[in-house]
Design a protein around this ligand. Structure first.
Ligand code: ADP
Ligand code: MG
Length: 255
């Protein structure tokens, strides 16, 4: 379906949380096709909760999430499967299966979701490992890899089904600055070469300034979006918390 303003995801009046605790109150925003979109906010502000509602793992209390114009929570049967196949997810702390090789880990979604012959799955899994620079490590176990390589393998697994959108929850957490920058470059390359839309949860300023096209910032107290836009433009934001987050040096200077 054609889309007037290029949105691939629309979140409309989303209110969500757990039991009776509301974590996100009436959020409305869009993610445009092909962009690298960051979800920012302090620890506990609901970034992971938002991502889980966006991928249909949780059902919002009210409001809707439309992915490619389809309601992710309401879709059923083939419609639901078609929608789920549009995206891949890397959860926070989401690990590879430790008892399987990298190749087996990446074949898993293909075995679960497709009827491809075994050889085809093998070829696809190898291609995905190549995309993230892990050719030669097909038969390694995750524990034999560095943290940065494990993240890249997890990214390869999230891409197994050729998603249009990748959701990454804190992909660079636990990585040193050099490995974080490597992963950022990989995300940028996948975005540019494959046109994948990225929704990234992060609070790494270096990542935000080097790869984010647009960001939203969640606020724990109001449970709302307190800032939305391009990172450079938000440095002069009227809200002090937003300014301090995006420009910590100026916060230091003023006190
Ligand atoms: P963030 O990812 O921004 O750190 P989360 O989305 O993980 O924040 O958490 C937002 C709020 O929801 C926190 O107060 C957290 O304690 C609470 N929370 C997260 N997961 C659960 C859960 N499974 N059950 C109940 N409360 C939760
Ligand atoms: Mg989180």
């Amino acid at each position: 379906m054609s889309d007037r303003n290029g949105a691939i995801i629309r979140v409309e009046h989303l209110t969500a949380g757990y039991e009776d605790a509301v974590v996100l109150n009436d959020l409305t925003f869009e993610v445009y096709r092909g962009e690298i979109f960051f979800i920012l906010g302090g620890s506990g502000s609901g970034k992971s909760t938002l991502m889980k509602n966006m991928v249909g793992l949780y059902r919002p209390a009210t409001g809707v999430v439309l992915i490619d114009e389809r309601d992710i929570a309401a879709a059923e049967g083939d419609d639901r499967l078609d929608t789920l196949r549009l995206f891949g997810v890397m959860y926070q702390n989401g690990a590879l299966f430790g008892s399987m090789t990298l190749l087996e880990n990446i074949r898993l979604p293909l075995e679960e979701w497709t009827d491809l012959p075994s050889e085809a799955m093998e070829v696809i899994a190898r291609m995905k490992l190549q995309l993230v620079g892990l050719t030669g490590f097909e038969h390694h176990m995750p524990s034999e890899l560095s943290g940065g390589m494990q993240k890249r393998a997890a990214l390869a697994r999230a891409m197994a089904l050729d998603p249009q959108i990748l959701f990454l929850d804190e992909p660079t957490s636990g990585l040193d600055p050099v490995l974080s920058a490597d992963l950022d470059r990989l995300i940028l390359r996948l975005s540019k070469t494959l046109g994948i839309t990225f929704v990234v949860v992060s609070h790494a300023l270096s990542s935000i300034y080097s790869i984010a096209d647009r960001v939203i910032m969640l606020d724990t107290d109001t449970k709302k979006i307190i800032a939305e836009g391009r990172p450079q433009e938000l440095r002069g934001h009227s809200n002090e918390a937003v300014r301090n987050f995006l420009d910590p040096q100026s916060a230091d200077q003023t006190g």
